[in-house]
Design a protein around this ligand. Sequence first.
Ligand code: FUB
Length: 339
Amino acid sequence: MPEDSIDQINFEEINEQAISKPLVSHMYTADPSAHVFNGKIYIYPSHDIDAGIPFNDDGDHFGMEDYHVFSMDSISSKAVDNGVALHVDDVAWAEKQMWAPDAAHKNGKYYLYFPAKRANGIFQIGVATADDPAGPFKPEPDAIKGSYSIDPAVFEDEDGKHYIYFGGIWGGQLQKYRNNIYNRNNEEPQARETALGPIVALLTADMLEFAEDPKEIVILDQNGEAILAGDNNRRFFEASWVHKYNGKYYFSYSTGDTHFICYAIGDNPYGPFTYQGRILNPVVGWTSHHSICEVENEWYLFYHDSSLSKGITHLRSMKVTKIDYLEDGSIITIDPYGI
Ligand code: FUB
């Protein structure tokens, strides 16, 4: 929901109508990546704070410094805060802005993937390991070689391979890259050119590196044409997530300045993915970021909004609601305020 409409919002009414309440209210949490590990739900969100940095289009006001991991015994139970799992001060290569993370599990070890800015102002993605899904996590000494931009999301396929998806335009810096190479003069493509796509790479067996050069994913429209950069209602902005449903790969993402969570379907982890529609209509706050997780044979959307902070875009709260599929595999669009 755009920032300029905040003055007109009646927050009491919005919070009353909201289809779900914040999972926690003792701190602000956003970008929730949810997984079931060992029969329990674990959520890996950003930890929003007011860092006192003025709002700008690069998102500098998102000045997060650490991560907490939350656990839930079931979808209806309380989300338990397991304390600080990783702090920026413990990450040798990172200076600031611990943005949206994700986690993965392999052979009894847990891996936290997170973006942060180096001292030169460039985002990279790091990985940290733990023996417990709630951490604490020990970071690798340097960022993942060849990583860039923001919003890592790791998908484990049925054959045990793990793929990392990442990228986000504007403050996420994806527009500065072409074919994995940074050039500070690069900008977003023109409106009639193909939109920038999210990036994917297979992870190595030890989960700590890219096993291949990252590849750009193409999102197609229903006619098989690549979605254009000027198609702001459908083009990729940030917040990649992949889940598998009935043998198909669902790539979901945020459209950023138009505030939708959309999805596209493909036949393999690399795409192309064909645009299908919207999963979530705009929430209170500029950003929208989600994950999709199966819990006891039901599917859930973990997402955030800024209704608890009465519309402060960088003070968000994670929430969860059920996802419903139609027979043909399409997802019924969710209206966060039931209107
Ligand atoms: O939380 C900081 C940034 O806001 C995330 O990385 C984006 O996806 C957006 O939610």
